[in-house]
Design a protein around this ligand. Structure first.
Ligand code: NAD
Ligand code: UDP
Length: 328
């Protein structure tokens, strides 16, 4: 049985990756320090004989007994308010963390896949974004801690590949959503759905003309799985190219959920990318992958998940320091 280590296993994507690899017959070791993730996301795997869990901060040396065939490095705060709240940890997990992961991969002769992001393109001047675009990132803006950590992570991964000859993969993930996102993580889908469930108004930042393209989690996981087992070692965009403005998206969510909320406008956060849409030609041609789940279906499943949360979870807040993020 092949063994895979998944860092960030108690997070949104990490927990779905654990499910996928267990379903495919792998032995899975999950690792997380619960910085932004939750034990609840992996609670259902406790009894699974193929699953074990190590509570550990990957910015410290990682020690794993026995062989490893694959490592998927997904540990990192991922939402703008998270990396505003914990900027140093965000930089450390993308630098010290990836160094430890790559060192472990070298020692175990394992293949490693690194979770990168569309944020490496910053506020893009090329549209849609191809993997060849170098990006437009403000290193000292509020998003700099995340964007630069992820860019460093890619550079380090390519250096280990070129210098040490280890087998590496880099996925550039575009906005992905689905069950097990944290309702209070500030990202737009949990934010809007939480507001609807609490009977609050939907907060659209700026005039809502900025665009995003949303990928359902099952599609994302399938793309990552295919990339890991491909023989392509340069970055690949995985995301859904169906682009929508945030204002239209807010209206769509209200309609889809039969919500009674109104829309209110707030200031646009500093360096909020004005448009984002993946060019997925590489994923289509190299991986034979394209997204299958339409937004209507994915959003319904996600809303059903949020509806199942407790009242306590519905009212937990994480908005400390959030005002610093918004243009005054
Ligand atoms: P998440 O916050 O739900 O999961 C991240 C997990 O990493 C959490 O469980 C957290 O506790 C853990 N973690 C953070 N620092 C750690 C450390 N030092 N040691 C051990 N564990 C640590 O976020 P997510 O949406 O699941 O994102 C997972 C990965 O995918 C991240 O690397 C993120 O940058 C990347 N990504 C996600 C998206 C998206 O739309 N969801 C988009 C682009 C990139
Ligand atoms: N957004 C918004 N209202 C919210 C939360 C987010 O209008 O309550 C906007 C945000 O400004 C951005 C988009 O929605 O333009 C997506 O934000 P998110 O935090 O989900 O991720 P990003 O793609 O910016 O990393």
């Amino acid at each position: 049985m092949e063994r895979v280590l998944i860092t960030g296993a108690a997070g949104f994507l990490g927990s779905h990756l654990c499910d996928k690899f267990l379903n495919e017959g792998f032995e899975v070791i999950g690792m997380d320090n619960f910085l932004t993730g939750s034990p609840k996301n992996i609670q259902h795997l406790k009894q699974h004989s193929g699953f074990s869990f190590i509570e550990h901060d990957v910015t410290n040396f990682i020690d794993i007994d026995g062989p490893l065939d694959y490592i998927l490095h997904f540990a990192s705060p991922a939402s703008p308010i998270d990396y505003l709240r914990i900027p140093i940890q965000t930089l450390k997990v993308g630098s010290l963390g990836v160094h430890n992961v790559l060192g472990l991969a070298k020692a175990k002769k394992a293949r490693v896949l690194i979770a990168s992001t569309s944020e490496v393109y910053g506020d893009p001047l090329v549209h849609p974004q191809t993997e060849e675009y170098y990006g437009n990132v403000n290193p000292i803006g509020p998003r700099g801690v995340y964007d630069e950590a992820k860019r460093f992570q890619e550079a380090m991964t390519m250096a280990y590949h070129n210098f040490h000859g280890i087998s590496t993969r880099i996925v550039r993930i575009f906005n992905t959503y689905g069950p097990r996102m944290r309702l209070n993580d500030g990202r737009v889908i949990p934010a809007f759905m939480g507001q609807i469930l609490r009977g609050e108004d939907l907060t659209v930042f700026g005039d809502g003309s900025q665009t995003r393209s949303f990928c359902y989690v099952d599609d994302q996981i399938e793309g990552i799985f295919k990339l890991l087992f491909s023989d392509y070692n340069l970055p690949v965009n995985i995301g859904n190219p169906e682009e929508i403005s945030i204002l239209d998206f807010a209206k769509e969510i209200i309609e889809l959920t039969n919500g009674q909320s109104k829309i209110v406008f707030k200031d646009l956060p500093v360096n909020d990318p004005l448009q984002r849409c993946p060019d997925i030609t590489k994923a289509k041609t190299i991986l034979n992958w394209s997204p299958k789940v339409d937004r209507q279906t994915g959003m319904k499943k996600t809303f059903d998940y949020f509806k199942s949360l407790t009242q306590e979870e519905l009212y937990q807040t994480n908005y400390k320091n959030f005002d610093n993020f918004i243009k005054k």
